[in-house]
Design a protein around this ligand. Structure first.
Ligand code: NAD
Length: 517
């Protein structure tokens, strides 16, 4: 499907490439080159040259290109869905979400960048500072490296590339080797509208990603906690900043006063959307004893009704394939271990035997020690734990190395907020799942081992790609020299310290000279 030229230093007789397969069928759907470290360095060098003009355009100048890109994405939405479906095995209803989401992000950042990036003129901290005009300026990191995973191959680049471009940075995108074809489309769109050459792509495995980290000025990484830790170490050794969006093990808390129909519908969707391959999937459910059996009955009925298969453009199925055989094997391991330790698969519980499909699964009789509760599964499983009360639910929800997001299901919204504030998670959705993903004005970031920093959050989401510069200029006419400049003298020193003291002290100490010796 995609032909991209090979890296310099790579023999054309033996192309080094990544072959991309459709996990639903096993068929080959395309290939991309494996970019060497030298290729990555050359791409970053070119981006660096183009970036200064892009920055100089300012947010108003960049806005036009971002909005043209928005139009291109919407005009190619069906094709984009075809490509991303071919490399993920998603169902159509889920594949079609990614292009409009990218368009929405483009609209938001294009239209907000001017306000968010505007200079600030803070008030001086003391009257003495009034002699200066204080200005805080935001200047982009020249080249941002954006490294993405495979679960949303078109939306993931959009999430982070767009605010970086809007900030005035150039971007080198390194997509997952599992799903690079959608990212190729993303960059093709930018090129096809004739936009400045401030967006490029580097394809390959982890080594290519490491080369991006070696050359960029800022790294935005989304992926596993294991890789995130490696990237943090590499960034630390280069003294460059980074932001990490990592794994999760999101809890759902279902309280006895919840609307159980909504909770059972929401937990089914929040746990199984994208076959459970979402960083913020519901991966464990704590249900108050009083409603446990009724909730499980409703949840099992919902999950049993789901249709699973290879959808193409059919809109016939609800649950698609897993992105890789490795992912299916992790899911199998967690479910098999839970069952061996006494859990029960109330529905599902095994691979379908076709491609990488795994049956949507509800597990009960689960406890906190099981791998399906402790480790990220990233698959279509919903383990349910019975708890005595809300306090126990909160305690168990917080008993995790992860802290990405959580949901609380209750009939009392005030109580829901109280519980949200007790949870160690970067986001909490009350009576909803994944809702914060569609609120760009809120930050999306993980606590504990789920991340460092956050994406989005209004101004913060674009300012993170900027270096802050402080500029001072006189507000009043200035003399040839200041009182505290050379040559030093007792008189000048006394006057200067008197002024500083008057400014720094409170009460009578403002006027007393010196202190106790
Ligand atoms: P991964 O860590 O294996 O790979 C992610 C990316 O990093 C890929 O592009 C890969 O090639 C690259 N990479 C691998 N080794 C590297 C290295 N040493 N240096 C630089 N780059 C390197 O993750 P994955 O399996 O593709 O994605 C699944 C994970 O992503 C899950 O843990 C999921 O929770 C997480 N995720 C998090 C979020 C979030 O916003 N918090 C969103 C989506 C996915």
């Amino acid at each position: 499907m995609t032909a991209v030229e090979n890296s310099p230093g790579t023999s054309t007789a033996q192309p080094r490439q990544v072959d991309v397969h459709n996990p639903a069928t096993g068929g080959l759907v395309g290939s991309v080159p494996i970019d060497s470290a030298a290729t990555v360095a050359a791409k970053v060098a070119k981006l660096r040259v183009a970036q200064s003009e892009w920055e100089a355009m300012g947010p108003a100048g960049r806005r036009g290109w971002l909005l043209q890109f928005q139009d291109w994405i919407l005009d190619h939405a069906e094709h984009i869905a075809d490509v991303l479906q071919s490399e993920t095995g998603k169902v159509r209803s889920e594949a079609v979400v990614e292009a409009p989401m990218a368009a929405d992000l483009l609209k938001y950042w294009a239209n907000s960048a001017r306000e968010f990036l505007a200079d600030r003129n803070p008030k001086p901290h003391a009257p003495l500072g009034k002699t200066k005009r204080l200005t805080q300026v935001y200047r982009p990191y020249p080249v941002v490296g954006v490294i993405t995973p495979w679960n949303f191959p078109f939306a993931m680049p959009a999430l982070d590339v767009i605010p970086a471009l809007a900030a005035g940075a150039a971007v080198l995108l390194k997509p997952s080797e599992v799903t690079p074809l959608s990212a190729v489309e993303f960059v093709r769109g930018w090129t096809e509208i004739g936009a400045p050459s401030v967006l490029d792509i580097a394809t390959g495995y982890g080594e290519t990603g490491a080369a991006v980290v070696d050359n960029a000025d800022y790294v935005q990484f989304t992926g596993s906690t294991k890789t995130g830790r490696l990237i943090a170490q590499q960034c630390a050794s280069r003294l460059i900043p980074y932001s990490l969006e990592l794994g999760g093990k999101d809890p759902a808390i279902v309280l006895a006063d919840a609307d159980l129909d909504r909770a059972a519908n929401g937990v089914a969707w929040g746990g199984l959307f994208n076959s459970g391959q979402v960083c913020v999937s519901i991966e464990r459910v704590y249900v108050e004893e009083a409603v446990h059996d009724e909730f499980v009955e409703k949840l099992v009925a919902n999950v049993e009704a789901l249709r699973q298969g290879n959808d193409d453009r059919g809109y016939k199925f609800d649950v698609g394939a897993l992105a890789t055989g490795t992912q299916r094997d992790i899911v199998s391991k967690h479910v098999d271990e839970a069952i061996a330790a006494g859990a029960v698969a109330r529905t599902g519980g095994k691979p379908t035997g076709v491609g990488t499909f795994y049956e949507p699964t509800v597990l009960t009789g689960v406890d906190q020690s099981m791998s399906c509760i402790r480790e990220e599964t990233f698959g279509p499983t919903i383990p349910v734990v019975k708890v005595a009360n809300a306090d126990e639910a909160v305690r168990l929800a917080n008993d995790s190395e992860y802290g990405l997001s959580a949901t609380v299901w209750t009939g009392d919204l005030d109580r829901g907020e109280v519980i949200a504030r007790q949870l160690e998670a970067g986001a909490v959705n009350i009576n909803d799942a994944l809702a914060n993903l569609f609120s760009f004005a809120l930050p999306m970031g993980g606590w504990k081992e789920s991340g460092v920093g956050a994406r989005w959050g209004g101004p913060a989401g674009i300012l993170k790609y900027c270096r802050v510069q402080a500029i001072t200029a006189p507000r009043v006419p200035v003399q040839q020299k200041e009182l505290n400049w050379y040559p030093y003298s007792k008189r000048n020193s006394r006057i200067a310290m008197g002024i500083m003291r008057a400014s720094a002290a409170r009460g009578l100490r403002k006027f007393r000279r010196g202190g106790k010796s």
